[in-house]
Design a protein around this ligand. Structure first.
Ligand code: TPP
Ligand code: SF4
Ligand code: SF4
Ligand code: SF4
Length: 491
């Protein structure tokens, strides 16, 4: 058993208030109009003594940010109806990516960036994460850039106390537990391709029986890992049975969209149009013909207390979802995208970017379903065309060569349809309306006469948030702040 790891601060991540504030043309702080105080996001911009904004848009902070989440622009055309003011510009921080390191604050000679308590919590979260013992030891045999190890590390970092993990046969299992070695620092069971959920059900039942008899009093978490082949396909019946019987376990599917361990065969999770060794590209076929099965929905239909979809590019979101799932005494399910450089024919270093783009194209939406209630946890400010994600992967290279076949259009249509269905379930505005909302916001830009303009989301606040300020020096002598700006907040 592993030792109880340091506890990650709970108050970090998706539940950090996402708030949007802007300045109107007269310099009034619209955050106040929205009823939100300064300090609700990760940063505020300091004021000068005469009430102006201390930031001169020099961009130094953007240069030192290790995750490049600061965007500083000068002389941005701020309004279609007005000429660009000299010295005008914008300052934005994508708070969803910020790791709270504070380099930006230290680098600013003008002390223009003011941290808020939320930034401290963010820093603490990543500090604890960085010092936590990794769940998987170095030296496992997974390929460089494999998404599976990142997914497992993130899930295990959400575990507090002892756990028993098990994995269905697949890349993860064969690469981390080659007899007589194991990369798992906690208890680990190497089981068959089709029955990880059944194996863990038995173990969980045994522990429950021992506790009932008073033979042990430890609280142990049970986590099953399976690839998409072992989960969407061959292990589906054992997964369904374990969930239906109500065993207390978290099942994590690392979905790389194929049977990668045995040479890239198609699974029911493989996206349409993808080359695999059993959906070849030639005169008759241009990759897989069917769209991927929606396993997350199948798990929702089991009426579990908690089901979520996540991606390793957003560790805060993923870890938060894993700890939520693990806090429940019952069956829970996480479906996590897991890029596979070998099967996707992508570069090793592209794994995280590909995961991010899958969410930004809405091919892989991030959401959770708690007690049947859907909640989108990330909504891209601008939904990217799915072609952008596909074109980076060699498994789709033939689609560009076979444009007349229309597969790209078919895939885009499928993504759009699935996304709209999800938005409806999450009680979010449809994409057409969202784009319109954003377009209007751009046109009206700094004139914020409708405080609810960007706040159309009908669900809970989303994880994506933004510290942002549009700055016009001459126009706004009394400019108050760079403001935390969650474009998706309801109030
Ligand atoms: C019953 C059975 N059928 C086939 C296999 C061979 N096999 C081992 S791993 C694997 C593919 C696993 O695919 P997936 O679950 O998607 O995990 P990945 O390898 O992609 O990580 C297959 C077909 C097996 N071990 N057992
Ligand atoms: S916050 Fe400071 S470092 Fe960053 S752009 Fe403004 S003045 Fe420059
Ligand atoms: S605190 Fe956030 S925004 Fe500032 S440098 Fe670090 S990661 Fe970038
Ligand atoms: S083949 Fe893919 S899933 Fe398997 S270890 Fe390599 S990168 Fe990971």
């Amino acid at each position: 058993m592993s030792e109880s790891p340091a506890r990650l601060p709970a108050a970090c991540g998706p539940d950090i208030a996402c708030e949007m504030s802007r300045l109107d043309a007269d310099g009034a702080n619209v955050r106040e109009l929205l009823g939100k105080p300064r300090g609700a996001g990760l940063f505020d911009l300091a004021l000068t003594q005469d009430g102006g904004c201390a930031c001169i848009l020099c961009g130094i902070c953007a240069k030192v940010c290790p995750v490049q989440c600061i965007d500083v622009r000068r002389e941005r055309k701020v309004d279609k109806t007005r000429a660009c003011e000299p010295g005008a510009g914008s300052f934005k921080v994508d708070e969803a990516r910020c790791i709270g390191c504070g380099h930006c604050i230290e680098s600013c000679a003008l002390n223009a960036l003011e941290p808020t308590p939320a930034l401290d919590r963010r820093r603490e979260f990543f500090q604890v994460l960085a010092t936590k013992e990794q769940g998987l030891a170095n030296g496992h045999g997974l390929c460089s850039g494999c998404g599976a190890s990142i997914v497992v590390q993130q899930v295990l970092s959400a575990v507090e106390g002892p756990y028993v993990a098990a994995s269905a046969t697949g890349c993860l299992e064969v690469s981390t537990s080659r007899y007589p070695y194991t990369a798992w620092k906690g208890s680990f069971i190497h089981t068959n391709f089709e029955n990880v959920a059944a194996t863990l059900s038995g173990v969980e039942t045994a522990f429950r029986a021992l506790r009932k008899k008073g033979a042990m009093d430890e609280h142990i978490k049970f986590i099953a890992f399976g690839g998409d082949g072992g989960t969407y396909d061959i292990g589906l019946q054992s997964l369904s049975g374990a969930m239906e019987r109500g065993h207390s376990m978290l099942y994590v599917c690392y979905d790389n969209g194929g049977y990668m361990n045995t040479g890239f065969q198609r699974s029911s999770a493989t996206p349409a149009g993808a080359w695999t060794s059993t959906s070849p590209v030639g005169t008759e076929l241009i990759g897989k013909e069917q769209h991927r099965k929606n396993l997350t929905e199948i798990m929702v239909a089991h009426r579990l207390e908690y089901v979520a979809q996540a991606s390793p590019h957003d560790p805060i979101d993923l870890i938060h979802k894993a700890s939520k799932a693990l806090s429940i005494d019952g069956p829970t399910f996480l479906n996590v995208l897991s890029p596979c450089p070998r099967g996707w024919r992508s570069e090793n270093h592209e794994t995280i970017e590909l995961a991010r783009e899958a969410a930004d194209t809405c091919y892989w939406p991030l959401f959770e379903v708690e007690h049947g209630r859907y909640h989108l946890t990330y909504r891209p400010k601008q939904k990217l065309p799915v072609a952008r994600w596909l074109e980076r992967q060699g498994r789709f290279a033939h689609l560009a060569r076979n444009e007349e076949h229309g597969m790209l259009v078919t895939i885009q249509q499928w993504v759009d349809d699935e996304w709209e269905l999800l938005l409806e379930k999450c009680r979010e505005v449809p994409e057409a309306q969202w784009a319109h909302t954003r377009r209007r916001a751009r046109e009206e830009d700094l004139v914020m006469n409708q405080p609810r303009l960007h706040t159309q989301s009908l669900g809970e606040p989303l994880t994506a948030s933004m510290t942002s300020s549009a700055i016009e020096w001459d126009r706004w002598p009394a400019l108050s702040s760079a403001m935390s700006w969650g474009a998706f907040d309801e109030d």
